[in-house]
Design a protein around this ligand. Sequence first.
Ligand SMILES: [Zn+2]
Ligand SMILES: [Zn+2]
Length: 329
Amino acid sequence: MKAMILEKPGTSLRLIERPDPQPGPGQVQVKIMACGVCRTDLHVVDGDLTEPRLPIIPGHEIVGSVSALGEGVEGFGIGDRIGIPWLGHTCGCCSYCRSGAENLCDAPGFTGYQIDGGYADVTVADARFCFPLRGDLSDAELAPLLCAGLIGYRSLVMAGVASKRLGIYGFGAAAHIVAQVACYQQRDFYAFTGPGDAAAQRFALELGAAWAGGSDQTAPVELDAAIIFAPVGPLVPAALRAVRKGGIVVCGGIHMSDIPSFPYHILWGERVLRSVANLTRQDAIDFLELAPKVPVQTRIEEFPLEQANQALHALRSGQLTGAAVLRPC
Ligand SMILES: [Zn+2]
Ligand SMILES: [Zn+2]
């Protein structure tokens, strides 16, 4: 196999070759067709997330085809198209796992963080945490659904079914998928981009935004809820100021810069501020069933696997509209 590997946070990924991993009991071996580049990968590579198993192969938006089955695997056959997400393993016995909140498991394993991920041409994964992928989208188009889509969808659910006027802060991979689901659910969405990011604002309007502007601007209406995807702490008080009494602000990212202090009155009025962490398998089942009905389309920019560092740089510097996807050649 070949892979782009992280040896030390803050350094570039390095191309390596080594023997293909073989599937253990309960695992599938997967020939990788595409792997999305998520902002979380950037946080791992840059060292914002401090518990990687090193060295690690990043990547947790994996689309591939099953190439071998470990002992006892059920539900998948050779050649099946399969998706491997961020949640790679849970303990199955902690209070969270037992209460339907496996996303909060006390002893989880995350793909591309503690478990080798998809910046490679072959991987192995615990079959119980993988999903069959059907439908018309290409492998590369499907990849962003595996995290941007899933976490975006969980964030949208947490924003409340009754939230008709929805603010979205940070208009990247997750936002462009959530926006399509919001439209399908007949919600209006208001897109807040980096100040002056005309390309992202145009993209939001193309996807049906009721309004698009900079995060330094005021929304034209009072919002019922807001989802923050940009890893920018000062957006928290900005979003709290934008939502009505009883409104909900959801932080959808895994890492954020510090949140500045703010006056209590912008939280007062039973406004709710919450984060979303990881995903459950049920989120994936629900979202992957919903996506073809919308139907969710993704805007992607493809990079060869060997250019993973360039793809990460493009994401870090805000050069992407949509999602970067790596393709092993
Ligand atoms: Zn657990
Ligand atoms: Zn992700």
